[in-house]
Design a protein around this ligand. Sequence first.
Ligand code: SF4
Length: 379
Amino acid sequence: MNIPSAYIHIPFCQQICHYCDFTKFFYNERLADEYLEALEQEIHTYIPGEKARVRTIFVGGGTPTAVNHQQLEKLLDMIDQHFDIAACEEYTFEANPGDLDMEKVRLLKSYGVDRISLGVQVFDDDMLEKIGRVHKVKDVYTNIDRLLQAGLSNISIDLMYALPGQTVEDFERTIDEAMQFNLPHYSSYSLQIEPKTIFYQRYKKGKLTKAPEDDEAAMYELLQSKLSQAGAKQYEISNFAKPGFESKHNLTYWNNEYYFGIGAGAHGYLPGKRTINIRPLPAYVKKAMADGKPVLHEEPIGRKEEMEEEMFLGLRKTEGVSKDRFGEKYGSPLVDIFGHALINLKDRSLIEEDSGYIRLTSKGRILGNEVFQEFLLDD
Ligand code: SF4
């Protein structure tokens, strides 16, 4: 089975942020020990023999670095036992500023981790507190410094905008401070108020107001213009990188390629199916320990769904969807499958075609859902 990527989920956090709807739990040493045992069972079920050769590994969360040193070493060792790290082109760990002491940084580096994604969000201590983060701006400086000292310079930081009470000027200050680090990669997401979050409860009670839509649009435009001036090219709706530093792992998703989804609540994409793992921690641990298959749901994916997803996901990329690649992958030219949608969307100036690629126009980016609907095929 040739699976190019692996996503491994570590669902522990030192705090629960007010906007977060990821699979996460307060860190607890005993639970984390149990979880790592279960995780090993699951990995072993997928990879019982020789080490798997994958192009990318992404360890996300939660906060993978929220576990203690011993547990981090156990996790790194378990990954090393099952994946051929030397053959891996990109090995990313997510981390939160404040969690990374020098010992953890050295440990990551010694096991071949070569990319760090830091959850910075904003350079504003008051706002960090308002959104439920426990780190301070100074932790970002300390952590980036430690990573650079250890030779881990392939760093990405996540920024958030459209936060309650955040003005366009506030976000501009965050972008400016983030850019001072001159990092190779930046991701930025607007706040989504998701059910089962603290913000959702406040919003429902009328105690939280979303940023005005015009402000949100202005923040996004500012982000695009500032980062592009600094040489970080936008290669996806929310992602910016210096040439050669685009996230290979995330491109696996947008190129609609297969990946293992391992850990509580993780999503995977394997030949013919998408998988969703059990989310509650005790149930995940119990099932993984029983048979190594803690899958909650498997959704069959046929050729029709694959082609639809090729468009939905591929159009997130700035370069768009390659007509040649589509034809090679599915054995039919893209125009034969989606000819009607292409004409319709071009007429409405929602997509454009250039050098063999179909991509969203700026109007298409704003009206993304209308575009994606057009690529739904009849049964
Ligand atoms: S650190 Fe990340 S995963 Fe954990 S609660 Fe905050 S946003 Fe969610």
